[in-house]
Ligand binder design. Sequence first.
Ligand SMILES: Nc1ncnc2c1ncn2[C@@H]1O[C@H](COP(=O)(O)OP(=O)(O)OP(=O)(O)O)[C@@H](O)[C@H]1O
Ligand SMILES: [Mg+2]
Length: 573
Amino acid sequence: VSVSTARIRLLPQAVADAIAAGEVVERPASVVKELCENSLDAGATRIDVEIERGGLIRLCVTDDGCGIDASELRLAVSRHATSKIESDRDLERVRTLGFRGEALASIAAVSDLRLVSRPPGVDAAATIRVRSGEIAESGPAAAAPGTRVEVCELFASTPARLRFMREARTESSHAARLVGELALTHPRVAFSCTVDGRTAVRTAGLGRADALRSVFGAAASKSFIEVSAAGAVSVEGWISGPLAHRGTRSAMVLVVNGRRVHNRSLLFALDEAYHGLLPQGRHPFGVVLVELDPAEVDVNVHPTKREVRFRDEREVFAAVQRACWSALRANPVMVHAPPVKVPAAGGEAFVLGLADARDEDERERQRSASPEPSDLRGTAAGLRAIGQVRGEWIVAESADGLVLVDPHAAHEKVLYVRLLDEWSKGERSGTESQLLLLPSVVECDAAAMQRYETNAAFLESCGFGLEPFGPGLVRCTAVPLAAAAADPARIVLDALDSFDDDAPPAQRRHRLAALVACHSAVRFGDRLQIDNQQQLLDELAGTAGGSTCPHGRPTTLAIDDAYLRRAFHRSAR
Ligand SMILES: Nc1ncnc2c1ncn2[C@@H]1O[C@H](COP(=O)(O)OP(=O)(O)OP(=O)(O)O)[C@@H](O)[C@H]1O
Ligand SMILES: [Mg+2]
């Protein structure tokens, strides 16, 4: 019998390092993240990032921070050497971004790394070069105060890792996005990021507004709504208004105690806050900063610190949801007319506002398909109904021009908000309902019958009067007051249809409110008396978030004076 003898060997240190590093240094963007975080911890006021060929050929981060003393360069690139914590007790109250003393060593293990550093006030700089974990050279150098870390040939010696890399373009864009997120998180630091020599991100370090504009673009950043809620868990942020949205969740940047983190549950809290404001499948974007006692957060749960764990996740979730929810409802926005195309004398189409088309803002706005939102406060209060176009749009006069209103969408929103409001108090005060003169008999199939049975109490708490009326039949004797004019049988059937047994009660309430509102609102095309038009406008003005219907469609379109003047070639007022 031949036994194959596999000798047990110690892996060379560089290999062991590379394996552990595989977790910390997943891709070029993670190197950029670690280096920028070191610069931030060093108190830098400017950080410049260069990326070449996806970062696999070369990437470089230069800062103007506190630098590293020449005598400590070796320690800086050694594993488990850090200046940031001293004991495991410090780990519980970490305020710096780094604390493992591992990043530089991990990066150096899988690349050719050169570090040049000079503390301010010291005459000369010093450098150290590490290749695949071995120190290749060190000595004096010439450089400005601060630190510069250059990483070449990343993963060249770890082909397995290299195989996982995507196209250079993908890697670069990951890295550039990461710099953008750091710039949002640290708005007082001037960031730049060049990709193959071209500037991808540049912020001036002038504060949040500047960072938001640089990262999300001028047009999008106008739609931001400010969030600010103090407390044991404080929440601040700038989040997109209901008229601007994205197809993914990845443009929502979450920051916990100054650290960019990924947290599914907080993203979900945000989606919840937008419930009823955005179309299906669309997501908000922006930046949300949560501050809480560091002892309540465990940052040491993920090798790249990408995730954090909260001692009381429910509390953080609730704080974020509450803060964003109220900011959104307190800041109704109104759609503004997009630039229109008007045929010019020569037969060519030109775009209004072309005069200032050189302005990047304007161009961006013209490119974007969705009209630009702005603040409704002050405008909506003074809306005066003038009439209705073909029984469809209501035309109203505002302090600043003209406003068109979709009566169905507007009424729907008014009812939706009113219902939710009532139901949220409902448990104690009971919801107002309308007894039906003629009870309506609803035919239910087996599934609907089943859902009726599980949801009977819930429906009752929302103002429905329902009772079993023989096999496959339910009798509806009352509906919520708002639905007095709607077809009760259809509402009940649709409601039973919409129930998803797994949905939490809040979500069922939202759905039911949207459904009742949709059934009960005036129809698009219904002719309204002028008083009713006016009444609707007044109610809309008093409705938080009144600019979109529960399905996220706009309810109003404002055409302001400046717009009209441009359209009719009249000089500005
Ligand atoms: N840009 C920089 N400016 C000044 N000091 C730096 C810089 N980069 C690294 N250092 C010093 O080198 C040490 C090691 O850095 P490294 O990133 O490896 O570990 P860390 O930041 O302490 O922890 P972590 O592994 O969690 O990032 C740091 O603790 C810091 O003292
Ligand atoms: Mg670090």
